[in-house]
Design a protein around this ligand. Sequence first.
Ligand SMILES: O=C(O)CCC(=O)C(=O)O
Length: 281
Amino acid sequence: MWNKLKELVGKKYNIEELKRDYEDNGYCILKGFFNKRDLRKFDSDVNQIWQNRRTDAGEITIDVLEGELNGQRLKLKDAPDTALECAHKVNDLYLESAACRNLNLNKKLCGILKDIFADDPLVINSLSFRKGSQQPHHFDTYFMPPPVENQMVVSSICLEDQCKEAGTLSFYPGSHKIKPYVFSHGGIHLAPGEMKNATAYIEKEIEEQGLTTKTFIGKAGDVFIWHAQLYHGGLPILDENKTRKTLVTHYWRRNDVEEERVAFTAEGESYLKKDHLAVAA
Ligand SMILES: O=C(O)CCC(=O)C(=O)O
């Protein structure tokens, strides 16, 4: 099936060029990948879960990113309206929402990821937000290091047209080639209290290598793909009324995870079976 789709995809996107961008710069962009209908379905699923969250949100969690509850992880079903009005991330909607899986496990997208990544992608995490994340620059491997070094890819799907005022995605092209910072436990997973040292190391490397930041201001349906080690973050929101609805998904290689932990969509794409994140008691 992928061979047929590949022909279609190949007409619109130059896979070799995408691969080159990914390898050389740590990211590549699929312009106009999803149509408005695909995006609307996701939006209406999310709205429905929101509206009926007291009964329908299961164990879905959110991370609040500003306001009184800043820094807290809550169950969506228990979250007060005030938390939802603030910037927040919804964790792992892919476990509950077929509309979410229809986007991040879209057959064509998975085919492209497979080409770039040289393996079948397995969704291991998703986070979706309405307002910009405003997250300081970081490597995703601080939070979810893949079983095999560098073998993680990330897709960020623009669910609406973006603007600068909404707090854009910011990143350092080429930063994926910086030797990762090794924390005191010997790995690249963030160790408590060591972010400051890691940031000092990365900033020094960035300066020595002459890397500079870029921003991405996408249109609805664009997909920004980044490498496990691309240093990136979200810039401050300049206008509180502007949103940047986005679905970010992290993928590992399917073959790096034990078979019994893998679930499949009807189209044969895969995602990690897991519990929702725990919230503090
Ligand atoms: O789009 C953004 O604001 C960045 C989100 C982010 O850093 C992440 O999902 O790891």
